[in-house]
Design a binder for this molecule. Structure first.
Ligand code: DGL
Length: 268
C-alpha cells in the first residue's frame, strides 16, 4: 500500500484524456496533474527543448512526492521517456508503447495509421515501438501523418466546426488513400476530436487512444508492486498549470468533468 499520488503531465489539457481513464480504472488513487499551458503546445518545438521541459516537470512532480509518473503526452514521451527513466527512481510510463500495443491487438489487416504532432512524427518513436513489438506480435505497417494545428483548437476548447473539419479532411487524406483499418490517435489531445477525425477518415476505421492501455499499465505496475490504494476511499485530484488557471479549469470541466474543481498556478 502506498498513499502517495500518481503524477501526470502534458503540454496542456490533452493529458486529461489519460486522466479520465486513470480515474475510471483507479478511483482510489490520488493524482496530481501538471498542464504546461504556458509553454505548450510542444508539437512544433525541438525535441531537445521538449526534453528539457519534461525533465523539469518530472522533477517537480517527484518533489511533490509522487509514486509514479505518467508522461501523458506523446511528444514528451518521444523526447524524454528514456532520459527520465534513467534519471529518476520512480516508475515512469509513456503513452507511445501502450498505443502501439493496442493497435497491434486491434488491427485486422495490419494497416495501421498514426496521427500526431510534427515532433512526434519526426521523432520516429511510433515506428521504433512498432518495429520492436511487431516481432513479438506478428503484423503491422505504419503510416504516420502530422496534424500540426489540431492542438491549438483543443486548447481553445473548440472540438468541432467547419474549419477543423476542413483541416481534418486535408490532414487525413493520405490515411484514407492508404486504406488503414486502425488509426492511433498519437497525441493525447486528439481523442477530444474523435468525432471530426472519424468523419474524415471513415466510420469503418477503428480509432485508438492510448489512454485506456496506459491506465491498464499503471494498474499492473501498482498492483504488482503492492503500491495501489486498495481498500481505501476515493482518491483526491489536484490540478496545476503554468498559465491562466481559470481557462484551464473551464476546459478541464469540459473535457474531464467535475473532478476539476480548483486549479493552481505553478511558475517556472
Ligand atoms: N498532447 C500532446 C501529445 O500527445 C502534446 C501536443 C502539443 O503540445 O503539441 O503530443
Amino acid at each position: 500500500m502506498d498513499e502517495r499520488p500518481i503524477g501526470v503531465f502534458d503540454s496542456g489539457v490533452g493529458g486529461l484524456t489519460v486522466v479520465r481513464s486513470l480515474i475510471d480504472l483507479l478511483p482510489r488513487e490520488n493524482l496530481i496533474y501538471f498542464g504546461d499551458t504556458g509553454r505548450g503546445p510542444y508539437g512544433g518545438r525541438s525535441l531537445e527543448e521538449v526534453r528539457c521541459f519534461s525533465i523539469q516537470i518530472v522533477q517537480w512532480l517527484v518533489d511533490q512526492g509522487v509514486k509514479l509518473v505518467v508522461i501523458a503526452c506523446n511528444t514528451a514521451s518521444a523526447a524524454a521517456l528514456q532520459e527520465a527513466r534513467a534519471r529518476f527512481r520512480v516508475p515512469i510510463i509513456g503513452v507511445v508503447e501502450p498505443g502501439v500495443r493496442a493497435a497491434l491487438k486491434t488491427s485486422r489487416q495490419g494497416r495501421v495509421g498514426m496521427i500526431g504532432t510534427a515532433g512526434t512524427v519526426a521523432s520516429g518513436a511510433y515506428e521504433d515501438a512498432m518495429r520492436a513489438m511487431r516481432g513479438r506480435e506478428g503484423k503491422g505497417d505504419l503510416i504516420s501523418v502530422a496534424c500540426p494545428r489540431f492542438v491549438e483548437f483543443v486548447e481553445k476548447g473548440e472540438v468541432w466546426g467547419a474549419e477543423i473539419s476542413r483541416l481534418a479532411s486535408m490532414y487525413l487524406m493520405p490515411l484514407r488513400e492508404a486504406c488503414v483499418d486502425t488509426l492511433i490517435l498519437g497525441c493525447t489531445h486528439y481523442p477530444l476530436l474523435a468525432r471530426v477525425i472519424s468523419d474524415a477518415v471513415g466510420r469503418h476505421v477503428t480509432l485508438l487512444s492510448s489512454a485506456d492501455e496506459t491506465a491498464f499499465e499503471v494498474t499492473d505496475i501498482l498492483v504488482r508492486t503492492g503500491k495501489d490504494r486498495r481498500g481505501l476511499g476515493l482518491g483526491w485530484h489536484r490540478f496545476v498549470c503554468t498559465s491562466d488557471t481559470e481557462h484551464f479549469r473551464l476546459l478541464g470541466v469540459q473535457f474531464l468533468g467535475p473532478e476539476v474543481r480548483e486549479v493552481a498556478f505553478v511558475g517556472f
